[in-house]
Write a new protein. Structure first.
Length: 429
């Protein structure tokens, strides 16, 4: 098989969550363990950092990778889903895995794959671990796919566990309350391994504290130690200063990730690096921290986080797609100057659609569309449901048609926002 045939094999043969939803989610680690045992357990051959959370785990993972790269570590990064290229999921120092290595891995493991019928995600995790071990990375940032306790990535023993926050998402698989979802995320907390929680939340904090105590895992909440002040967006950069105990710790940090919500992720990253410095062999200095946070997109290739696609009119996309993510997106929109607001919007059919629609601005013209996957919600259905929340606009046959129409109609001083789903953003980019 060539590269395209290999991808076709993976996509067609294996259940893929992004395509079909809950039916692709395997509720145990058996297949991942079998695959990795056949590879001589590569996950035990490099240091790792495990990152979970409902929102922010992707940005946090990329920021950590960028800082560690700036420090000179050979840094692996495993994230999901990809936006444009499957190989985005597996990078070393920002460079995607070679196509030939994907082909070779699948060819060697094809018999085992056909025998045990793992999910797409399970195979991808094994491929990532194998890639990082073969290339002898110093450390790898491993982003949880879904939940934590039963996620395929949860066979690692990391240097530190990181949980960004908890909000209602994937409730059909993870639970209907914040406490239930926190219980699943807390599954990445390991015996004697330090854990950093990004945000203190009334319902989830006791769950994390109880699990950490049971595992004798030192726990710290980043937002109880650090505060962000003086943050502003200027010249396509986010500027902020970080304080600890009333004293300035990082003055005039700036990041190429311009969503104002990123200050929460930056605090999580900074506290994670502090704990790593104190409790592990992974050390970073201030120069690398400043450089790494300043150049996240350049060093790691991160896309889709409050990303400017073009100007006149200003076109911005963001992958926020649940209640908490959309709330942050709307804060960004409210702080962006524009004359008229145009929103290209699509969702998948297993989200809490009504909750998200209730948050969306009513003063916008909407361009409803369906992301091109089985889970995509039909544009006409979305338009109909949106009308109940006084959101007005037309439906379109594709994301690209909706995007092109919005840009064509918009005046130069208007804002075109594209979002609602990671997959809408992927197609728009």
């Amino acid at each position: 098989m060539n590269y395209q045939q290999t991808l076709d094999f993976l996509y067609s043969k294996l259940p893929m969550f992004t395509r079909v939803g809950a039916s692709a989610f395997k509720k145990d680690l058996t297949n991942t363990i079998i695959l990795c045992e056949a590879l001589d357990n590569p996950q035990n051959k490099f240091k790792s950092i495990h990152v979970a959370g409902t929102n922010g785990k992707g940005s946090t993972s990329h920021m950590l990778a960028s800082v560690l790269q700036a420090q000179g570590y050979k840094t692996g990064l495993y994230t999901s889903p990809h936006l444009k290229d499957f190989r985005e999921r597996i990078r070393i120092n920002g460079t995607m895995i070679n196509k030939s290595e994907v082909v070779s891995f699948v060819k060697k493991q094809q018999n085992l794959i056909e025998k045990i019928e793992p999910s797409f995600f399970e195979v991808t995790v094994a491929l990532a671990f194998d890639h990082f071990a073969k290339h002898q990375v110093d450390v790898a940032i491993i982003e949880v796919g879904l939940g934590g306790r039963l996620d395929s990535t949860n066979i690692i023993t990391p240097q530190i566990s990181v949980i960004t926050n908890i909000s209602l998402d994937h409730t059909n698989m993870l639970g209907n309350t914040l406490a239930e979802i926190a219980g699943e995320k807390a599954g990445i907390i390991k015996k004697n391994i330090p854990v950093v929680i990004g945000e203190t939340q009334e319902e989830s904090a006791p769950v994390f504290i109880k699990k950490a105590e049971a595992e004798n895992a030192p726990i710290v909440f980043a937002d109880q130690v650090l505060t962000a002040q003086n943050f502003k967006i200027k010249n396509s950069k986010l500027f902020l200063s970080v304080y600890q105990g009333g004293k300035i710790k990082y003055k005039d940090l700036h990041s190429d990730l311009t969503g104002i919500y990123q200050h929460k992720n930056i605090l999580t990253v900074l506290e994670t690096l502090t704990v790593l410095n104190e409790k592990t062999e992974i050390k970073t200095d201030q120069e690398s921290i400043y450089k790494g946070i300043r150049q996240v997109k350049r060093q790691t290739g991160l896309q889709g986080r409050w990303q400017t696609l073009s100007r006149n009119p200003l076109v911005i996309c963001d992958t926020g797609h649940n209640e908490a993510g959309i709330t942050e997106v709307i804060k960004n929109i409210s702080q962006t100057p524009y004359q008229q607001l145009h929103i290209v919007f699509g969702m998948v059919n297993d989200k809490d659609i009504s909750k998200v629609l209730s948050l969306m601005p009513k003063n916008a013209t909407y361009y409803f569309c369906k992301p091109n996957l089985e889970r995509g919600l039909a544009a006409d259905t979305l338009k109909e449901q949106a009308a109940a929340f006084s959101l007005k606009g037309n439906s379109y046959t594709s994301v690209l048609e909706a995007k092109a129409t919005a840009i064509q109609i918009a005046d130069p001083e208007d804002l075109v926002f594209i979002g609602g789903s990671t997959f809408v953003v992927a197609e728009a980019i």
